[in-house]
Ligand binder design. Structure first.
Ligand code: SIN
Length: 331
């Protein structure tokens, strides 16, 4: 064989080998989130990765980017739409731009506890909400829990008038902005990764978050007072890019959905345990005070905050709010 023909044959071989390697390349799922690995969502993302890579070895790989390493939540949703990542799990308070109806989860005192949240999420309307961002190409796959939001501040906040004049870091929720304005406080929306610095630098004097986020971001080393008003619940929607999900081979997609369903049960079980555990750890530092308002004091909070329901009713939809109230009340 002449030299040029050998070279051509070699080239064909290399191209064919590369093509066959590409054909066998695993599907890569990049999962970006903003919290620590030791929180319910962080643990859930890792658990999802492990189970996927065990059961779909060689077929699917999951790369987890925790702690806003890659994107904050706003950026993650855009990245999902542009195909820069395949999965994310932002807090339910972060979807307003894509689906105003999801603000139902932000309404104060709608859910008393996680069982009530679950009843609504599992209801017909709750399940439909997973599909509410399809017009923009975002598909909701599951709901994950964290816990009830706790208010922390550099002064005791027991009743609404104690919040007057306080500057709060809030998630980018119009409901939260309005809620705090109702008691004379100012809400500044800010990405999660900025919270601790903003408190340390005195930009904000208060914030609201779940115990696992408070503990993992060491908020208790800056704030002394923690108030359990139980006004809102911090939970997540695990989301993907609809086109990506629908492009997956049927068997892979069902396997991923089955794994996600299992992981969801685990995450939601351990979120409750972790809320108690991280609350205890914060208390055991001995440097904080946990304030549990009395029933009368909670009634003052309800009177002050609940008028935001009416204000957001046109955005959310009366029937959705009523469905949430009904699901929460059902035993
Ligand atoms: C999260 O739990 O994902 C972050 C919530 C926040 O922004 O406070």
């Amino acid at each position: 064989m002449s030299l040029p023909r050998v070279a051509a044959a070699l080239l064909c071989f290399v191209v064919a080998a590369a093509a066959s390697a590409r054909a066998a390349d695993p599907i890569v799922i990049r999962f970006s989130h903003v919290v620590g690995e030791n929180t319910p969502k962080g643990i859930g993302a890792e658990m999802f990765k492990q189970r996927v890579e065990e059961r779909l070895a060689g077929k699917v790989e999951v790369v987890v980017y925790p702690r806003s390493q890659k994107f904050n939540d706003d950026g993650a949703l855009l990245a999902l739409l542009f195909g820069d990542i395949e999965m994310a799990a932002p807090s339910l308070a972060k979807f307003r731009r894509y689906a105003p109806v999801l603000q139902v989860f932000d309404l104060p005192f709608l859910f008393k506890d996680v069982d009530q949240v679950h009843r609504f999420q599992q209801s017909e309307i709750g399940q439909q909400l997973l599909q509410t961002m399809l017009p923009v190409g975002i598909l909701g796959l599951a709901y994950w829990d964290n816990g009830m939001r706790v208010v922390s501040a550099n002064k005791p906040v027991r009743v609404p008038k104690d919040a007057d004049g306080l500057v709060f870091r809030i998630e980018p929720s119009a409901v939260f902005l309005e809620q705090w304005a109702r008691v004379g406080a100012v809400g500044i929306p800010m990405p999660f990764k900025r919270v601790t610095d903003a408190i340390r630098e005195g930009l904000v004097k208060a914030q609201e978050n779940a115990w696992s986020n408070i503990y993992s971001r060491k908020i208790h080393t800056h704030h002394r007072y923690f108030t359990e008003i139980n006004h809102t619940f911090l939970g997540y929607m695990v989301v993907t890019n609809q086109d990506f999900w629908e492009s997956l081979p049927e068997d892979i997609r069902s396997a991923l959905e089955a794994i996600l369903a299992e992981v969801t049960v685990e995450v939601n079980r351990l979120a409750g345990e972790q809320a108690d555990g991280d609350r205890r750890k914060v208390m055991e530092t001995g440097t904080v005070e946990i304030i549990s308002p009395s029933a009368e004091e909670i009634a003052l909070w309800r009177d002050a905050l609940m008028p935001v329901w009416k204000q957001f009713e046109p955005d959310i939809g009366k029937e959705v709010i009523e469905a949430a109230v009904a699901a929460a009340a059902t035993k």
